[in-house]
Structure formats: structure tokens, C-alpha cells
Design a binder for this molecule. Structure first.
Ligand code: F6P
Length: 519
């Protein structure tokens, strides 16, 4: 990674953290910590742009944080962060800059130096895309928008469109097709009329097999169902404009290779969001993210929310050795947030070698998972309270609801509070099967309201948090070579499913191939 730093386990501060863990980390007790420090909540919670975060129910104290910050400094976190914002090629394995933050920089705050041309291009694409979005929003004949894309070209737009549905203009339905499984596309097409549908083919590379197969089938369906104007009913969101043209799409919104797929909802890939929220809503989303960028760029480490969370992640993964983290959004519109965060964190930091290619001897990305509360409470929270493993939990609550059904919201908030409280305080006196060990950590995020600004800020906060742990681990958080091998093997296996050729395959794959051929 650029900004030349030292891998965290090679810093002097790492040794101090190890001693601190042995002395007070292993036996850390949250209940005792609160009893001993009346100001713990204030010390370990903070405001950040559009977001309040309570970290006080985590297995840390101010000394833990200070030691983690010392490691961050020694490992060069700040220089790496500045290198990212400056456009250095910190994605070394692909020799690319990482500049998704430029996408949310307002036109009124142009960057100094060499990014000026890129910035101008960002804003002219943004203006064109938002003008297109407004035109389509005003076109009552388009009732259905189908986004065809996968991974970063699906999860971000889908999550945001769902989360901010209350801000969407009525009259348009949004559909997201990602899987190459034809059941998905066929199910959506069944309810559509070609003359009322706009297809968005979203693919950074415009080569992803699933997306290409779905786009071709969508076009075939369009033509076979009487659709005549492909140019009007298909648009492409891609950095491979030539391939989109070759596909026959005339309306294309582009972006550069310095926007990673899982960081791309701020780019042309965000067109479904702009269609749902309008130009103003999309700009509000960008503004929230930009406010968090500025916080990450300028706040001292001790009051820098993404940094504090990223360091907590390192503490949990490398010292407590927790292998998973669970996300509990107490807002049903955030249903797709766990899936979105899975790609963001696990594709970014699920790496086994450092920047120089050396095998790491410590854990990196945890498994992220979760469901909206209170649903999760009636499914897997049993394990969170009484299981043998400790899983740090992240509660996300919204103070002001956007519905007026009486009684619901206080019940929802009480549940979120109660779960965090129960995980921490436990219940020791009941004994046996009714015993709750407690001391189970959680972080609690609060939005005033689930607005475009708040969601934009939250997503940017998570991006920078992932950057922080990745920087300490000295991994490249911006490539994804691990997604490639399976793609190559699928290309080899597809014709074998037709021919039955099982030569040179391992026994299991050969056996399954034969089994699946008969279906
Ligand atoms: O295979 C993984 C991946 O490259 C993701 O990183 C990306 O978000 C997704 O596939 C889709 O890629 P594209 O936008 O190029 O179709």
C-alpha cells in the first residue's frame, strides 16, 4: 500500500498492546468498567457527522484506545489515508488510485493539484446522470426500472433505494437482478411491459458473466415482447464504455478505474438511487458522505469515529480473536445493509497476504452477518446471549421514525436498548439454563432520522473504518483476486455440463457434474 507504513505486528506499540491484553484485556469486565468509571459513556461515545456512536459497551478502556492509536500512528495510518485522498496508487496490485471520495466532493470545493481534471469529469458525469434521472422521473410512461448488475453494481444501489424508499417519488418500481439464476430475471420479467421498462446494465468492467447473461436475456425478452427502441429502454453504467456500445447501448454513464466496485454507489452506478430520490436526494447522499470524509481526513485519531471503530476491529480480531461481527439494524428499511457491508468489509479485507505478498500470521476480516431487529431476536440472538462464542454486535437505531403508527417505535427502541443491555449485564443469579454470562460487547449507532445525508455518512464511515483496519494489517483493501479463480473454473465447467466430459476433474466435482447433468 502507498504511504509507506509498518505492518501493525511489527510496530513497537504492538508489544505494548500484547502486554495490555494479557494484563487487563483477557479479564476485562464491562460491568466493572462502568462501576469504576462514572464518565465511561461520555468518554467512549461520540458525535460524528449525522451519526452518534456509543462505543462504551465494548471491551476497551481509554488505555486500550491510546495504545491502539499509538500503533496506528507508528504504522503510518495517517500517511496512508492522506495518500488515498491525494490519489496515490495505493491499490498496488492493480496499479490504481483509490478516489471514491472524489465522487462526493462538492463542486464548490475543488481539490488542489493534479486531481482537477478528474474532478471536472466527475461533476460533468454527475450533472448528466442527474439530468437523465430527472427526465426519466418526469416520464410517466416508464413505470419500472430494472437494474442488472452484481456485487458492487447491485448491493449498494439496492440497499440505498430500499433504505430511502420513503424519499422516493411515487410511480416507479425498482427491481434488482443480480444472480445468473434465471429464476430471478424470469420472475421479474413476468410482471413487466417492455414499453414501460427501463433497463440499467450496471457493470464496471462490462464483462461480468452473470450481468452479461442477464442483460442479453433482458434484451431478447424486450425484443420478443414487442419492445422496439433499445436505445430508449437500455442504459449502461460502466467504466468500459466501448463494450456497452458494442452491446448496442447508446446511453452510457461512465466512471474511472479508480472507483472500486464496492465503493461505486457514489458514481454512475448510483443511477437507480438518483432515479428513486431525484437529483436533490442523490446530492444529499453525497453531501453526507463528504462530511464523513472530512471528519476522517481531519479529526484527531482519538475523536475520529472511523479510526476508533477500525482500531476496535483490530483489537477484537487480533487480540480477542473474535471471528465474526453481527449487524442489527433496528429499522426494517435497512434490511440489505448487512449484505452490503459483507461485500464492503469481506471483499476489501478478506486477505491472507500483506502488501508485499507475505503470508500474514494474524486474522483479517471477520465474517459479517445480520438481520434487522427485532427479527434476529427471535432467531439467533439465543446464541449471542448464551452461546459459547462471543460475537460483537452493532445496533443501529433511528430516533425519529418516518411512520405514524402509534406505539411501534418506542417498542422497537426499547428492544434495541434491552438487547444491548442484556448482552452486557447478563443474569448470573438464575443459574443453569437461565444463566446469561453477560459481558458481551456491542456498539450502538443512532441516527436522528434515516435521511440521505445520514445514510451517506454511515456508509462512508464504514468505508473508512475498513480502510483503517486494512491499513494496520498492511493489506491491499482495494483488490479482489479471491473472486477470480471460481470464475475461471466456471467457464471450464459450463461446456462440460453439456458434454459430460469429466476428464482431469477431482472425484467430487466429476461426480456432481454427472449428477447435475441428469436434471
Ligand atoms: O467478482 C467480484 C467483483 O469484481 C466485485 O468486486 C464487483 O463489485 C462485482 O464483481 C461486479 O463487477 P462489475 O461491476 O465489473 O460487473
Amino acid at each position: 500500500m502507498g504511504g509507506a507504513g509498518i505492518r501493525c505486528d511489527r510496530t513497537a506499540g504492538w508489544g505494548a498492546l500484547l502486554s495490555h491484553y494479557d494484563e487487563s484485556g483477557i479479564g476485562f469486565d464491562l460491568r466493572r468498567a462502568f462501576a469504576e468509571q462514572p464518565g465511561r459513556f461520555e468518554a467512549l461515545s461520540q458525535e460524528a457527522p449525522h451519526l452518534f456512536a456509543d462505543l462504551s459497551k465494548n471491551l476497551i478502556d481509554s488505555r486500550t484506545e491510546a495504545l491502539l492509536q499509538a500503533v496506528a500512528r507508528e504504522s503510518g495510518l495517517e500517511a496512508r489515508r492522506d495518500a488515498m485522498f491525494a490519489g496515490a496508487h495505493i491499490n498496488t496490485t492493480e496499479d490504481r488510485a483509490v478516489l471514491h471520495t472524489l465522487l462526493r466532493r462538492p463542486a464548490s470545493a475543488p481539490p488542489a493539484g493534479p486531481q482537477q481534471a478528474a474532478f471536472d469529469e466527475v461533476h460533468s458525469t454527475l450533472d448528466a446522470m442527474l439530468a437523465f434521472a430527472e427526465r426519466v422521473r418526469g416520464d410517466a410512461t416508464i413505470t419500472d426500472v430494472v437494474n442488472i448488475g452484481i456485487g458492487g453494481s447491485d448491493l449498494g444501489p439496492q440497499m440505498v433505494v430500499l433504505a430511502l424508499a420513503e424519499f422516493a417519488a411515487p410511480g416507479k418500481r425498482f427491481h434488482f437482478v443480480s444472480n445468473v439464476d434465471g429464476h430471478e430475471l424470469a420472475g421479474i420479467l413476468r410482471g413487466l411491459a417492455p414499453e414501460h421498462t427501463l433497463f440499467l446494465v450496471a457493470s464496471k468492467t462490462f464483462t461480468t458473466a452473470e450481468t452479461m447473461a442477464n442483460a442479453q436475456s433482458a434484451r431478447r425478452w424486450f425484443e420478443q415482447s414487442g419492445g422496439s427502441d433499445v436505445a430508449r429502454h437500455f442504459a449502461a453504467l460502466t467504466s468500459n464504455v466501448d463494450a456497452a456500445k458494442a452491446f448496442g447501448i447508446e446511453t452510457t454513464f461512465g466512471f474511472r478505474d479508480w472507483v472500486g466496485g464496492r465503493y461505486s454507489l457514489w458514481s454512475a452506478i448510483g443511477l437507480p438511487i438518483a432515479l428513486a430520490l431525484g437529483a436533490d436526494g442523490f446530492r444529499r447522499l453525497l453531501a453526507g458522505a463528504h462530511a464523513m470524509d472530512e471528519h476522517f481526513r481531519t479529526a484527531p485519531l482519538a475523536r475520529n469515529l472511523p479510526v476508533r471503530l477500525g482500531l476496535l476491529d483490530v483489537w477484537y480480531r487480533n487480540f480477542h480473536r473474535f471471528t465474526t461481527r453481527s449487524i442489527a439494524p433496528y429499522h426494517s428499511a435497512l434490511k440489505r445493509l448487512p449484505a452490503y457491508l459483507q461485500q464492503l468489509e469481506m471483499e476489501s479485507n478478506g486477505k491472507q497476504v500483506d502488501a508485499s505478498g507475505q503470508l500474514l500470521t494474524f486474522g483479517t476480516a471477520p465474517v459479517l452477518w445480520g438481520e434487522p431487529g427485532t427479527n434476529g431476536q427471535h432467531a439467533y440472538f439465543q446464541m449471542l446471549h448464551q452461546g459459547t462464542d462471543v460475537t460483537p454486535l452493532e445496533f443501529i437505531a433511528v430516533r425519529e421514525p418516518s411512520h405514524d403508527l402509534p406505539g411501534h417505535h418506542p417498542k422497537l427502541l426499547a428492544n434495541a436498548l434491552a438487547q444491548a443491555q442484556a448482552l452486557m449485564v447478563g443474569q448470573a443469579d438464575a443459574g443453569g439454563h437461565r444463566n446469561f454470562p453477560g459481558n458481551r460487547p456491542s456498539t450502538f449507532f443512532v441516527f436522528e432520522r434515516l435521511t440521505p445525508e445520514a445514510l451517506g455518512a454511515f456508509i462512508a464511515m464504514y468505508e473508512h473504518r475498513v480502510f483503517t483496519s486494512g491499513a494496520l494489517w498492511d493489506i491491499n483493501s482495494f483488490d479482489q483476486w479471491g473472486a477470480e479463480l471460481g470464475k475461471v473454473l466456471a467457464r471450464d465447467l459450463e461446456p462440460r455440463l453439456a458434454s459430460g466430459d469429466a476428464s482431469r476433474l477431482d472425484g467430487s466435482t466429476a461426480g456432481l457434474l454427472q449428477r447435475l447433468r441428469s436434471i
